[in-house]
Design a protein around this ligand. Structure first.
Ligand SMILES: [Zn+2]
Length: 150
């Protein structure tokens, strides 16, 4: 679907379906890259073990909240010397492992937090179509690397 480019999805991700709900836009995306690298030994694998779904908050689209329902995969690691037998595929430019929001959405929250010094950040976020809490914005600021440590 052409919306893949419109939504700036990384290579290997395709839009399966889109729904408009009263809470915003729900976009079902599928990871389609034929291989993935084991995070432990870095060996590439094309042996899919299973599929699973992740629900991720994403940056708003035209003022609407966006929820991505990502169908990702687990792969077998075929390296006999590797301790990891099954691993979940990584999408390093798009979402951190175990994260519940996309990297670009994290960056938006961080920017809102920095622009508002945390105060009124949730009101600004709401005006921009971003649903969040004060605690989440503060966590994003606290997660920034310390400048003095280089
Ligand atoms: Zn491995």
């Amino acid at each position: 679907m052409e919306g893949t480019a419109l939504l700036h999805l990384p290579e290997g991700m395709l839009i399966d379906q889109m729904h408009i709900t009263e809470n915003g836009l729900v976009i079902e995306v599928v990871a389609t890259h034929p291989t993935s690298c084991c995070p432990l030994c870095s060996q590439r694998s094309s042996s899919i073990q299973s599929h699973y779904r992740r629900v991720l908050r994403d940056a708003p689209c035209a003022g609407r909240r966006v929820q991505l329902v990502l169908t990702a995969r687990k792969f077998y690691c075929r390296n006999a010397l590797c301790e990891r037998k099954v691993f979940t595929e990584r999408l390093p430019t798009f979402v951190e492992p175990w994260a519940r929001m996309t990297i670009r959405h994290c960056e938006q929250l961080t920017s809102i937090g920095l622009a508002t010094c945390g105060k009124g950040g949730t009101r600004l976020a709401a005006r921009l179509g971003v649903q969040t809490t004060r605690q989440t914005i503060l966590r994003r600021i606290m997660a920034l690397p310390d400048e003095s440590s280089g």
